[in-house]
Design a protein around this ligand. Structure first.
Ligand SMILES: [Zn+2]
Length: 85
């Protein structure tokens, strides 16, 4: 497999403020595909309080997140596959 560069993402938790989240613990979801208003939402679990936080990001931020190693998430309607590695 590919060597994962350990990256972290600076995110904002409504409770804790600015936190650093491992890129591997962050998921980026593209929403509203095909519409004019294309948006992305980054979701992560705050390492400080454990709360799941969803944060809308613009296109530039989404690109930075992908560069840092954040994975693309699937819509929550789809069954998520459990991957034991
Ligand atoms: Zn928090």
């Amino acid at each position: 497999m590919s060597d994962a560069i350990e990256g972290s993402v600076r995110a904002t938790c409504p409770r804790c403020g600015t936190v650093e989240v491992p890129a591997a613990a962050t998921t980026l979801r593209m929403t509203a595909a095909g519409s004019d208003d294309r948006r992305s939402v980054a979701s992560f679990r705050c390492p400080s309080c454990g709360e799941t936080v969803e944060m809308p990001v613009d296109e530039r931020t989404a690109g930075l997140l992908l560069t840092a190693g954040v994975g693309i998430g699937v819509p929550s309607e789809l069954p998520s596959q459990t991957d034991h590695s």
